[in-house]
Design a protein around this ligand. Structure first.
Ligand SMILES: *Cc1c(COP(=O)(O)O)cnc(C)c1O
Length: 360
C-alpha cells in the first residue's frame, strides 16, 4: 500500500474511509439539500470547524467548489478596482493573475521564489481595497509568520485582509481579530477528498459586496458572497452541493477536535523539525528555504543535489512512500514533502531515515 506525502491531494485522514461508508449507509448522497438532514450535516461541519480553528462568532462559513473558486469570488465580491497581492510563488501569482483576468488593476509586492516578505518593505498603495496574503506558499514551502499579519493590519485599518492558508491549516493558528477572511480547500491539511472549498468571512466582506452591488457592479450569481451568506444562515447552500464532502469534512474535523488542536500543532512542529534537520544533515539534499522563520512547517521543500527529483521519488516509492516533485520549472531539481495531521510521527521518522540513505 502506498502512502501519500504529496502536498495536496495527500493521504486521506485516517477516518475518511469509515466516514464515507457511514455516509453511504445513511444515504447522505441521496438526501435533498433542502432537507432537515442536510441542515444538520451542514451545521455540524460548521460547528466543528469553528471549534477547531477557534473562529469567533462574528465570522461565517460558506462552502464552494475549491480555493480557486474563492479567489475568483473574493475579487468579484470585494474589489471594485484594485487588489494588492503578496507574491512569492505559483499559487500567490495565480491569485494576482485572476485579478488581471477579471479586468481589475491589481498591484503586488513580489519577492523571488524561495524567499519570504520583509514586513518593513510591504508598501500597500492607498488605493488598494483588499490585501491578499499568502500564509503558506505551497510551491516553494515559504511561510509568512502569523505575527506579521498584525503589523500589516496596523498600517491598513481601512482595507480588507484575506488570507490563503490552504496548505497550512489546521496547523496555522490565525488571529481572527487581524483579518477579514480566511479560506482553504480540504485535500491538503484536512486529508479529505478534493472538491470542496471553505470560505470564512466577516461582516466587512459582506458590506463591501453590498456596496459594489448597490453601485451596479456585477458580483456574480449563485455563489456571490451575499447569496452564499443568505443560505449559510439557514445551514444551506444556494446550489446542490457536494453533500458527501461536507459530511466527511465534518467527521474529520470532529476527530481532529477529539485529538485536540494543540496536540496536532505540537506533532506538526516535531515532524517538521525532524525533516529539516535531516535535510541539513544530508549530503545530497538541502532545505530550499534558508531563513528558518520562513520555513513552512507543513510543506517541506528541498533541493536535490545528486541526481534529479525523479531519483528521490523512485527511491522512496520502492518503500511505498510517495512525495511530490518541485513545482513548475523546479520539477526536476526539487522535492516537496507534505507534513499534514494525517502523517504520523512514526511515518515521518521512517521518511527521515530513508532520506538520509538517499544517494549512498
Ligand atoms: C492547493 C492550493 C490552492 C488551490 O486549491 P484548489 O483546491 O486546487 O483550488 C490555493 N492556494 C494554495 C496555497 C494552495 O496550496
Amino acid at each position: 500500500m502506498k502512502i501519500y506525502l504529496t502536498p495536496g491531494p495527500s493521504e486521506n485522514y485516517f477516518i475518511v474511509e469509515e466516514a464515507i461508508k457511514e455516509a453511504l449507509q445513511k444515504k447522505v448522497t441521496a438526501i435533498s439539500h433542502r432537507s432537515k438532514e442536510f441542515k444538520i450535516i451542514f451545521e455540524h461541519t460548521v460547528t466543528q470547524l469553528k471549534e477547531l480553528l477557534q473562529i469567533p462568532d462574528d465570522f461565517s462559513i460558506a462552502f464552494t467548489g475549491s480555493a480557486n473558486e474563492i479567489w475568483e469570488r473574493i475579487l468579484q465580491n470585494c474589489v471594485e478596482k484594485e487588489s494588492f497581492h503578496l507574491v512569492n510563488g505559483s499559487f500567490s501569482r495565480k491569485f494576482y493573475r485572476f485579478s488581471e483576468q477579471l479586468n481589475l488593476s491589481p498591484s503586488k509586492y513580489e519577492v523571488d521564489f524561495s524567499k519570504g516578505f520583509l514586513v518593513e518593505n510591504i508598501d500597500v498603495p492607498s488605493s488598494a481595497e483588499l490585501i491578499a496574503l499568502i500564509q503558506n506558499e505551497t510551491s516553494s514551502g515559504v511561510q509568512f509568520p502569523i505575527e506579521n499579519i498584525a503589523k500589516i493590519r496596523e498600517q491598513n485599518k481601512d482595507k480588507l485582509i484575506v488570507v490563503d492558508a490552504v496548505s497550512s491549516l489546521p496547523y496555522a493558528n490565525l488571529d481572527f481579530s487581524q483579518i477579514d477572511s480566511l479560506y482553504f480547500s480540504v485535500q491538503k491539511g484536512f486529508g479529505v477528498p478534493a472538491g470542496l472549498g471553505v470560505w470564512v468571512y466577516n461582516q466587512k466582506m459582506i458590506e463591501k459586496a453590498q456596496q459594489l452591488e448597490a453601485k451596479g457592479k456585477s458580483i456574480g450569481t449563485y455563489h456571490s458572497i451575499l447569496e452564499l451568506d443568505k443560505y449559510a444562515k439557514e445551514n444551506q447552500t444556494p446550489e446542490t452541493p457536494n453533500v458527501l464532502a461536507i459530511f466527511v469534512l465534518g467527521k474529520v474535523v470532529e476527530a481532529m477536535n477529539k485529538k485536540g488542536i494543540a496536540m496536532i500543532r505540537r506533532e506538526t512542529d516535531y515532524k517538521a523539525e525532524l525533516l529539516y534537520h535531516t535535510l541539513e544533515q544530508s549530503e545530497f539534499l538541502s532545505p530550499l528555504v534558508n531563513e528558518k522563520s520562513q520555513r513552512s512547517k507543513t510543506v517541506i521543500v528541498a533541493n536535490v543535489e545528486k541526481g534529479t527529483s525523479s531519483d528521490v521519488l523512485a527511491f522512496l516509492e520502492k518503500r511505498g512512500i510517495i512525495i511530490g516533485k518541485g513545482y513548475g520549472s523546479f520539477k526536476d531539481s526539487q522535492i516537496r514533502i507534505a507534513n499534514f495531521p494525517t502523517h504520523s510521527k512514526e511515518l515521518m521518522e521512517q521518511v527521515a531515515d530513508l532520506l538520509m540513505l538517499y544517494g549512498k
